[in-house]
Design a protein around this ligand. Structure first.
Ligand SMILES: N[C@@H](CCC[C@H](N)C(=O)O)C(=O)O
Length: 288
């Protein structure tokens, strides 16, 4: 018998996810196969992935994120802002929240509302990490991964890597166009140097307070925004002396504000919008 699942679609700067409230009820599907099917932009609803909201004993809720290809990630910055909005708008949480994620307990705060709904959210994303073990890279696990190199089709890329719970590789320089990032990003994502794969970002530092960037996300491809990617980029840029500890970051879907408090060990804060788009139901055969 097919089962019907209710979802709500939200996005942060165009990084869109389908949200499933799995705090009660069930049985729930194999989320990985389900995410692959429903995220498809032609044969499904269409999204960069799904967010599953589960009960937590230590926080308001537990957030799980599955990319459009069905792989599970540790964290999602834009998804977390939108989850905070989803909880606040329904009266399930206040302005200051605690959410359990694969990257630990994180703290969103609603900083602007309109008509009783959250419009702008600031998230304590926790501290960045720079060691190879944090990024899941081959090589000395204790060594920092700030100056790595990969070669694709004879072109050498210098990568500055950081983790926000999930792994990121930044290519600093003139910003690549979409086709170029898709070509090289997809190859770097799956380079043997990264057995867990990696999110890849083309980053142009405009001045010490401004960055422009574009994302190739692990398991999702080109996206309009990547919150953990923006946080990892600020961490890498400031740690290597390219920017100050506060930056305004222009991504394809809009602007995020990023601030690193007490570097190098303190947390990174991201501030930006979240929007609810619509709700619906999706029928899923139970024999897949
Ligand atoms: N878009 C997200 C990150 C989603 C997960 C990522 N693709 C991964 O596999 O780590 C964000 O806003 O952080």
């Amino acid at each position: 018998m097919p089962r019907t699942y209710h979802f709500t679609k939200l996005h942060g700067l165009g990084n869109d996810y389908l949200y499933f409230d799995a705090r009660e009820g069930g049985p729930w599907p194999d989320w990985s196969a389900f995410a692959r099917a429903i995220s498809d932009r032609h044969f499904g609803v269409g999204a960069d992935g799904i967010i599953v909201i589960e009960p937590s004993t230590t926080a308001e809720v537990r957030m799980r994120i599955f990319n459009a290809d069905g792989s599970e990630s540790e964290m999602c910055g834009n998804g977390l802002r939108a989850l905070a909005k989803w909880l606040y708008d329904r009266g399930w949480a206040g302005t200051r929240q605690l959410i359990e994620t694969g990257a630990g307990l994180l703290e969103p705060e609603i900083v602007e509302t309109e008509g009783g709904k959250a419009t702008r959210i600031r998230v304590n994303m926790g501290p960045p990490r720079f060691r190879r073990r944090d990024i899941g890279m081959l090589g000395d696990p204790d060594a920092e991964a700030l100056d790595e190199a990969v070669t694709v089709d004879g072109r050498r890329f210098s990568l500055t890597c950081a983790s926000m719970g999930n792994p990121h590789a930044m290519i600093f320089g003139p910003m690549m166009d979409e086709a170029t990032l898709a070509h090289y990003g997809s190859r770097i994502e799956t380079d043997p140097l990264f057995p867990r794969r990696v999110n890849v970002h083309s980053v142009e530092v405009l001045d010490p307070g401004h960055i422009r960037m574009r994302h190739w996300e692990r398991g999702a491809g080109l996206t309009l925004a990547c919150g953990t990617g923006v946080a990892a980029t600020l961490a890498a840029a400031h740690y290597t002396g390219r920017t100050g500890p506060r930056v305004e970051v222009e991504v394809p879907g809009g602007i995020l504000e990023a601030e690193w408090e007490n570097p190098p060990t303190g947390p990174i804060y991201l501030t930006g919008p979240a929007v609810e788009v619509f709700s619906g139901t999706y029928e899923w055969p139970d024999d897949v």
